[in-house]
Design a protein around this ligand. Structure first.
Ligand code: BG6
Ligand code: MG
Length: 223
């Protein structure tokens, strides 16, 4: 049995807002420039993964992992990020995905704590553009952790800072790497996206507008 529920910990990109699409577009452009085109299916492997680890995966796909020095790799990652930053320049609260505001309100009204677990170095800027920063009790981003998703460190750090047990938390993710991170942290995992890709989650919804606070709480209790 899980401990009584105490907190919800959200991923950012692809859960709170559709920045997952912008990460995809920016990597796709860089991949094409390097002669490494890739599909949306391959992109699923990049979701939730840190900037440098994503670059390594793309270079490995094109069998070019040994073609660049560390400095050159950093320059490639910077190029991708510059494009990404352009794509997110005009984000406003209107870009919060359907159903998320309502879910955040229900979480708060029920007295649960709210955490954010994002490996993105742009997480604070995006949260500020969405005007959501002050809603969260804790924001854990790339600067706070050593190991990115799928390692459980980021969700465990969020639970620790919220001062709650891992099994009293619900983690919400759109990425397979993120679901692995939640499960290895010992939390209840809610996936948003394809049930096939997110098969390890305890509960999967096809999109954010389908997220049901009541059902999530009930399923966590029954686990
Ligand atoms: C994650 C995204 O939230 O952040 C990944 O799902 C992204 O696609 C990662 O690579 C790192 O983001 P950033 O903004 O630090 O390059
Ligand atoms: Mg995500």
């Amino acid at each position: 049995m899980s401990k009584p529920l105490q907190a919800f910990i959200f991923d950012l990109d692809g859960v709170i807002t559709d920045t997952a699409e912008y990460h995809y577009l920016a990597w796709k452009k860089l991949g094409e420039e390097l002669g490494i085109p890739f599909t949306r299916e391959f992109n699923e492997e990049l979701k939730g993964v840190s900037r440098m680890d994503s670059l390594e995966k793309i270079l490995t796909l094109g069998n070019r992992q040994n073609d660049f020095s560390q400095d050159e790799k950093e320059a490639l990652a910077t190029k991708k990020n510059e494009h990404y930053v352009q794509l997110i320049a005009n984000i406003t609260p209107k870009d919060i995905l359907p159903g998320i505001k309502e879910l955040l309100a229900e979480v708060k009204a029920a007295g649960y704590k709210l955490g954010l677990a994002s490996v993105s170095k742009n997480a604070f800027a995006v949260m500020e553009s969405l005007e959501l920063k002050s809603e969260f009790d804790v924001i854990v981003d790339a600067a706070t952790i050593v190991r990115g998703k799928p390692d459980p460190e980021i969700f465990l750090t969020a639970a620790k800072l919220l001062n709650v047990d891992a099994n009293a938390c619900i983690g919400i993710e759109d990425a397979a790497a993120g679901v692995d991170s939640i499960k290895d942290a010992g939390m209840f995992a809610v996936g948003v996206g394809s049930a096939e890709t997110l098969a390890k989650a305890d509960l999967v919804y096809p999109s954010t507008d389908k997220l049901s606070f009541g059902e999530i709480v009930k399923m966590h209790q029954e686990k």
